[in-house]
Design a protein around this ligand. Sequence first.
Ligand code: URC
Length: 317
Amino acid sequence: MARGLEVEGFNLKQRHGKARVRVARVWKGKDGRDSMVEWNVSISLLSKCINAYLDGDNSDIVATDTMKNTVYAKAKKCSEQLSVEELCCATCQTLHIFLSSVLFSFLQVTGAIINIVEKPWERVHVAGQPHEHGFKLGSEKHTTEVILHENGALKITSGVQGLALLKTTKSGFEGFIRDKYTALPDTRERMLATEVTGTWRYWYPSAFKLPENPLYFTERYLDVKKVLMDTFFGHPKAGVYSPSVQSTLYDMAKAVLSSFSNISSVELKMPNIHFLPVNLSNRDKSTIVKFKDDVYLPTDEPHGSIEASLSRIPSRM
Ligand SMILES: O=c1[nH]c(=O)c2[nH]c(=O)[nH]c2[nH]1
């Protein structure tokens, strides 16, 4: 939220926009192959429209309906498939032209925030061949948030939502603090499951200084996801031992910062989704199921909640 404004002895912070604008865009390829995306867009303007709050005067308000239409107009204008980040930036570019043009300066817009979640439609393969116009829904989602500052600078955050990962071994948790409420035994053998929500941040000095490839951020999204997953799982045969979710999370975030120099920070939320050992015995205390790292009760709740962010320290030079 933008800095507040003092009005009538109070501090007022405000913004307005349109949330959850859903749009699907299809491109008809010259080669007969269609491509498509489905986006859920939320757009907010930071603007000086105090009179709307204080006096019922709407003359400084950009209607949220106009913002919604801008999304559809931008989708129409995109002549080829592009990343969600690129769409946000293109919309910001339009807004920035608004900001800097004398004609539109009366709009008093000081910034904008655009969020998009892309639905993971994937091309299907039939008889071993990519289908020309058939898609199925995948799992994790590509997300982005772009913040346009008054001076035209862009803060681009990309992310992944719902990346469910599990390994059946090479995980443990031991040596933690024990007190009278501690029941958990030490272990060097357990399942490790999580659903990663990750975000990583880029910074560009202006909407006009972005990479030219319209799918640059999509490619980067796939690269970051691969680094996260490779680090979580380790070598295909040997794996990698995880002493805790915390340690694995740190290794994953560090691998992203080490692999991509234009990413300045990474934030990961990694719930520890528990698979509880099943041990059953009957009334006579004779065993029905004895746990031998084989039968588990998968649970949704409660789950461990572990999150951290890692960022580069600006050099002191
Ligand atoms: O990897 C883990 N980190 C914890 O902080 C924790 N706490 C807990 O009960 N189990 C685990 N596992």
